[in-house]
Design a protein around this ligand. Structure first.
Ligand code: C5P
Length: 211
């Protein structure tokens, strides 16, 4: 099954609730990042809980293990069901996020490669492959991999096997859902849904790619 994950990167609480409510029947999960969490507070998880969808905290957690634990404890206490962590701080830092997530019955995803052009400065030359090893070593639940580079998603799939791949970069960043959906477990879509005049209708255009 390929899920549709709404990246809710708006900065107004009312707007966030309006868009989430309209899109809820068309999507499988909501991703909240810094734009909304900093604007509305971590309590946004409680506000969104009523829609009955998994909530992914995209805080790209990237600190020492103890700080990662403290961050993730806040994330899961607030009601999120998954957290996204960076893998470059190393396996012990990732393990701290995975342990906190699993202790709360949640999930932890690791950014293996980012989707924007500048990402290739550091996410190259074997780094994403090493990050996939860290995912395996720590028992993380999956990776974030770029819809803007389907060939890279295929390569990373070969490394992580049945673990999940969630893929941002569809729509506004140019990724093609028809090409990426068969390769991944979740399509992460932001601006092309929440920025549309009718977000629910925009979300429905992804229905053919939700399997
Ligand atoms: O608006 P758009 O569809 O480009 O939103 C993509 C979302 O996914 C944003 O929240 C962005 O921060 C996030 N993201 C990404 N590339 C990554 C990891 C996360 O675009 N590698």
């Amino acid at each position: 099954m390929t899920e549709l994950i709404l990246s809710l990167d708006v900065t107004g609480l009312k707007e966030a609730l309006r868009i989430a409510g309209a899109c809820a029947p068309e999507i499988d999960a909501i991703k909240v990042g810094y734009p909304l969490a900093l604007a509305a507070g971590l309590g946004i998880a409680g506000e969104l809980a009523g829609f009955g969808l998994p909530l992914i905290a995209d805080f790209k957690v990237a600190d020492i293990p103890n700080t990662n634990t403290l961050i993730c404890e806040q994330v899961f206490a607030a009601g999120f069901s998954a957290v996204i962590a960076q893998g470059f701080p190393g396996p012990d830092s990732v393990a701290a996020c995975v342990e906190a997530a699993h202790a709360h019955g949640g999930e932890c995803y690791v950014v293996a490669e980012m989707s924007h052009p500048g990402a290739l400065t550091f996410f190259s030359a074997g780094v994403p492959e090493r990050l996939c090893e860290i995912v395996a070593e720590t028992g993380a639940d999956g990776i974030i991999a770029p819809a803007t580079r389907p060939e890279r998603v295929r390569a990373l799939r070969a490394l992580i096997g049945k673990k999940k791949i969630l893929s941002p970069g569809i729509g506004a960043q140019g990724g093609d859902p028809a090409e990426i959906a068969p390769l991944v477990d979740g399509m992460i879509v932001g601006r092309s849904i929440y920025g549309a005049a009718d977000p629910a209708a925009a979300a429905r255009t992804y229905a053919p790619y939700r399997r």
